[in-house]
Design a protein around this ligand. Sequence first.
Ligand code: ADP
Ligand code: MG
Length: 401
Amino acid sequence: MKLKTLKQIKNLKDKRVLVRVDFNVPIKNGKVQDDSRIRASLPTIKYLLENDAKVILVSHLGRPEGMDKKLSLAPVLEKLKQISNFKSTSLEDRFPIFNQLPIVNLEQAKIAIETMKQGQVIMLENIRFFEEEEKNDKKFAKQLAKLVDVFVLDGFAVAHRETASVSGVAKYLPAYAGLLLESEILNLSQLMIKPKKPYIAVLGGAKIETKLPVLKSVLKHADFILLGGGLVNTCLWAKDYEIGKSLLNKDFKKEALRLWKNKKIIFPVDVVVGDLKGKKYRVVNLNKKNEIKNSEAILDIGPATIRLYTKYIKSAQTLVWNGAMGYFEQKPYDIGTLSIARLVASRSKGKAFGVIGGGETIQTMEMVGMMSDIDFISTGGGAMLEFLSGKKLPGLKALIK
Ligand code: ADP
Ligand code: MG
């Protein structure tokens, strides 16, 4: 896939550039808790400013229904100012006075943009305050487009969304991929175009329904897929295992049974069962089908499975991981997931090209302190899965050469 990219824009001087970022970050008491998504778009913002463009940032935050002060982007703007650290230009110059949020209607935005100078940044208030955003309203998208000269999509994590500020506005303007988006597509494409073999994927997470499409697509390229997490429960149940109170989706019996027939798919050989509080737990070997009691739930992969998966991971030249192996939020059910995190990180950067993605997956990699050992960390959870499953992301359509 060849995208039109930011660096191909010939003359950015004085151009008004609408940049759709994903600054949907966790906020507590008016403070940003995790700024990694903001940092991820800094290169694009800086590139534009250093080339004398005028930058108008757009993002959503949470799921507001109409105006909701609690979901203002003001804390995000504060954070952006703190971490942006521009050379030779003062923050006041970069972020002009009228830049105070909220800019909640397009009339206000228009005035603000008219008075902007080159090299300055403003941010629109939470775009979901406009109900037109999620409806992908054409008129609204056109109005947004009228405010500026160029559109840049940088937030890969929203590229799978069909909304006014992502796919809508791009239809009415010259549209380009930002540096973050470009790097995501470049890196993830490596997993689909001639990945080095053996290619091992580790797939977990809570629900089978969200992972089946990506499973099918990864199967086309990968040599083995190691399964863990709640999605395994449905597979076990489909094969007449007693699974007690485990998370389950009964709608996917057929698909689950089909997975067992595929030799590329590797299932756990043992699991950890217990109560949600982690007080009572034990390892159950999966060679018998009626071992798990009604009061128990499957909450992690077991030690024999970790050993088995280690062998596969240690053979990999391409390695992808998405989805927790168990209910890692509660000890001792974190052991499977944290072991996989360490294994994937140890094999990456050198022996294998290692890629991870997904909110919880990244969180657990942070827990083991090995983020810097991974070759590529995707900022997209849902978007990464949809991209890997071969779907055409709506946000990319207008950016394709
Ligand atoms: P990611 O955000 O990395 O894509 P997912 O959202 O797919 O990961 O899944 C992570 C969640 O799945 C975690 O919150 C974890 O607690 C849950 N999970 C995994 N295995 C189980 C299980 N056996 N029972 C209950 N929850 C599980
Ligand atoms: Mg998740």
